[in-house]
Design a protein around this ligand. Sequence first.
Ligand SMILES: Nc1ncnc2c1ncn2[C@@H]1O[C@H](COP(=O)(O)OP(=O)(O)OP(=O)(O)O)[C@@H](O)[C@H]1O
Ligand SMILES: [Mg+2]
Length: 257
Amino acid sequence: MLIAYENVGKTFETLEGDLTAVRDVNLAVRRGEFVTLVGPSGCGKSTLLNMAAGLFAPTVGTVRYDGEEVAPYNQRVGYMTQNDHLLPWRDARDNVLVPLEIRGMGRGEAQDRVDELLEQLGLKGFERAYPSQLSGGMKKRTALARLLAYDPEALLMDEPFGALDAQLRLKMQIEILRLARTLRKTVVFVTHDLDEAVSLADRTAVFSARPGTIIRVVDVPLGEERDLLTLRRDSAYRDLTAELWDHLSPTVDHAEG
Ligand SMILES: Nc1ncnc2c1ncn2[C@@H]1O[C@H](COP(=O)(O)OP(=O)(O)OP(=O)(O)O)[C@@H](O)[C@H]1O
Ligand SMILES: [Mg+2]
C-alpha cells in the first residue's frame, strides 16, 4: 500500500463550532493504482488529499504513506489543485522550472528536463509564453508539467480538469492516463464527473454527504489499454457509470452549495 487511510476522521474547529468533514474513512491505494474519489460537494474529498499531502493531520485515525504516518509535508507526492497557481510573471518554461530550482538542480540540467516535459505535453513552441498568453488547456498542461518536474511517486489531483470544456477535458484525460501508465505513477484523483471517475480509474470510491465516509468502492475493470475515445460505447463502461450514479444519487439532497 502506498497511501492508506485507517479509520480517518477530521474535525475542524470553526467560529460556529466543530465541523466534522470526514469520518471513518478506510481506503488503501496500491502503488501504481489510479483511484478516483467522487462525492457531493463538502463531503471532505479535498480534506483527504490535504492529509495525504501532510498539510494537516487527521483528528482521529492515521494516514500512512508507504507504511509511515504522514508528517508535514509529504515530499513524495505532487499535488495539483483546481487552481493552476501558475506564477503570472514567469513564462511557461520558468514556471515548470520552479520545483527544480527549489531542489537546487543545476541550470543546464533543469532547462533540459523542463524542455523535455513541455515537449511531452505538447507545449513545444510555447516555452516563452506567459500564463496570460496561454489557453485554459495549455495552462493545465503547464501545471501538469510542473507537477511532473518534481517526479513525485504519487499524484494527488483535485478536480484538475473541472474548468475545461468537454473536448479539452477528454484530451487531458487521455494525457494523464498515458502519463500515469508510462511513468508508473500512483494517482488519487478527485472529480465531480462520474464519466471521468470511471474513465480513468482502476477503482472509484464513492462518498456520502458530510461528514463524508466511503459508501462504496467500485472496481473498474476496463483494462490498462482502454481507449477513452470509444469507451462511451462500451456497455461495461455504461453499467459502471450507472452503478456509480445509483450509489451517489441518494446523497444529492445533502450536498452543500
Ligand atoms: N481548513 C478548514 N477549516 C474549517 N473548515 C474546513 C476547512 N477545510 C475544509 N473545511 C470544511 O470541511 C468540509 C469538507 O471540505 P472539503 O473542501 O474537503 O470538501 P470537498 O468534498 O472537497 O468539497 P468540493 O467538492 O466542494 O470541493 C466543508 O464543510 C468545509 O467547509
Ligand atoms: Mg474539494
